[in-house]
Design a protein around this ligand. Sequence first.
Ligand code: 2AL
Length: 174
Amino acid sequence: MDMQKVNSMDFGEFVDVFGNVIERCPLIAAAVWSQRPFSDLEDLERHFFEFIDTLPRSGQEGILRCHPDLAGRDLQRGTLTAESQREQSGAGLTTLSGDERRRLSELNARYRARFGFSFVLAVRLSDRAAVPGELARRLHQQPEHELRTALGEVKKIGHLRLLDLLGSEPARLG
Ligand SMILES: NC(=O)NC1=NC(=O)NC1=O
């Protein structure tokens, strides 16, 4: 998909395509649409990220709460969004042992109790073996620092999803 196509989308099309770039936060795409035209993927992405950065803390925490837990209830129930399903199964989170799932669930609960939002990690850039360790490490971060770290992961997920959507056009030979 090229930027000319993106810039010609009406509101409904734009939110249909980009509404889940930030997990379960179509509001962000709905807001960013009015910033068109976008010069390229980086420009489009910058608008998504500026929206997140300029939210009050409560809004930023709300974005984190919209993310389904890793190997959590949504995955068990099959209620993940298509993007999350691909990411979580791609990272091997659908084939955890009972013990691994219980450990992750217990760590997630401790993390949520401490910070008031879910643990978010761009699992396409990680793997199932690293998740518990990363969660345990971040569990001890200071809240202000962890909020920034978690939002950084949201942006990594968003960047990869935008690449999936806009990808690099097949090189035009000649
Ligand atoms: N809580 C999460 O980190 N969720 C997710 N990370 C991903 O990369 N995809 C998800 O659904």
